[in-house]
Design a protein around this ligand. Structure first.
Ligand SMILES: Cc1cc2nc3c(=O)[nH]c(=O)nc-3n(C[C@H](O)[C@H](O)[C@H](O)COP(=O)(O)OP(=O)(O)OC[C@H]3O[C@@H](n4cnc5c(N)ncnc54)[C@H](O)[C@@H]3O)c2cc1C
Length: 279
């Protein structure tokens, strides 16, 4: 049960959603954008958040659905992980990652935007957009802008308050690239990752994305250079990549930093061997 009252809005357009947010802010009320609600509801029940209002994005056409055009695919921010696993066949890495987040029931609610902007460390649905250099469409008081996903979400950044994520646009050719994906959890398959490693190989070059290792999901140009350095052995590349993580490894009740190091090293070796075999 949520133990406080809040206002509920269901705008029909991005413009209306932003206007509602601004009007509430002027009245001194704190609003949150709401998609699947799985996180907002569980945090509200736990007393971690107490918004005055929620602005539900599910009535906004631009945030819904999936468009497959000549060279681009566009995925609305309110699209659920189940929509992805069921429908978006031209983005196999995205489908694979979505399939391993939560249960089918939870995936029927969890949205792309809610996962990418989750307050938790994992945000695994961001990884395919990072690896494909997708474009994030973001609306804010200054209008609608297209931004590079990697730059927008660098080092764990989220959106500034009052901005909303509308869609992601991905080049179809990149979405379809050969991929590697492995997620290691503490016990059951349905759990947050100790380490998730995914990678794509395009034009002979590997690019890798990580979740569960640090306090945010990331890809890193330095690490990609190391992974593609054929002057080093596969084991040396794995060890060197780990030495260049953007921050020290997470050490928590899911796994110690030492265990994460061990798991990640194995995953990196497996990934590098996979791409040597298929190339
Ligand atoms: C059983 C279970 C297991 C899970 N396992 C994993 C896992 O292994 N890996 C993983 O990555 N995730 C996992 N998750 C998902 C994660 O923890 C969040 O619950 C989920 O991603 C939130 O999505 P939502 O659509 O329900 O977001 P909401 O609760 O609606 O919103 C989450 C946040 O995003 C913001 N937001 C939502 N939409 C927008 C928008 N369009 N613009 C701006 N801000 C917005 C909200 O204001 C809020 O701050 C799991 C969840 C469950 C329930």
């Amino acid at each position: 049960m949520i133990s406080f009252d809040f206002l509920y809005f269901r705008p029909k357009s991005v413009h209306e959603a932003l206007q509602i947010y601004q009007d509430l802010s002027h009245e001194g009320l704190q609003a949150v954008f709401y998609n699947g609600g799985t996180e907002i509801i569980s945090r509200a029940r736990a007393g971690e958040v107490q918004p005055d209002a929620v602005i539900d994005m599910k009535g906004i056409a631009d945030c819904q659905g999936y468009r497959d055009e000549a060279e681009w695919i566009t995925i609305g921010a309110a699209v659920t992980l189940s929509n992805i696993t069921d429908e978006i066949n031209c983005f196999p890495l995205m489908q694979r990652i979505a399939k391993e987040i939560a249960t089918r029931n939870a995936r029927n609610k969890i949205s792309i935007a809610g996962n990418v902007l989750s307050s938790l460390n994992y945000r695994e649905a961001l990884l395919p957009f990072l690896l494909t250099d997708s474009v994030a469409v973001v609306a804010g008081p200054a209008g609608i802008k297209e931004e590079n996903t990697a730059a927008l979400f660098a080092n764990g950044s989220r959106l500034e308050p009052g901005k909303l994520l509308v869609q992601f646009k991905t080049e179809k050719e990149r979405a379809g690239a050969n991929y590697f994906f492995k997620k290691k959890t503490k016990q059951s398959a349905v759990n947050y990752p100790i380490a998730t490693l995914c990678a794509m190989k395009r034009e002979g070059k590997i690019t890798a994305g990580f979740s569960g290792i640090c306090t945010f999901p990331f890809k890193d140009a330095k690490i990609d250079r190391i992974l593609n350095d054929h002057a080093l052995t596969i084991s040396a590349r794995a060890e060197e990549a780990i030495a260049h993580l953007p921050e020290k490894m997470v050490n928590d009740f899911h796994a110690s930093a030492g265990y994460r190091h061990f798991v990640l090293e194995q995953l990196l070796i497996e990934m590098l061997e996979h791409f040597e075999e298929v190339s």
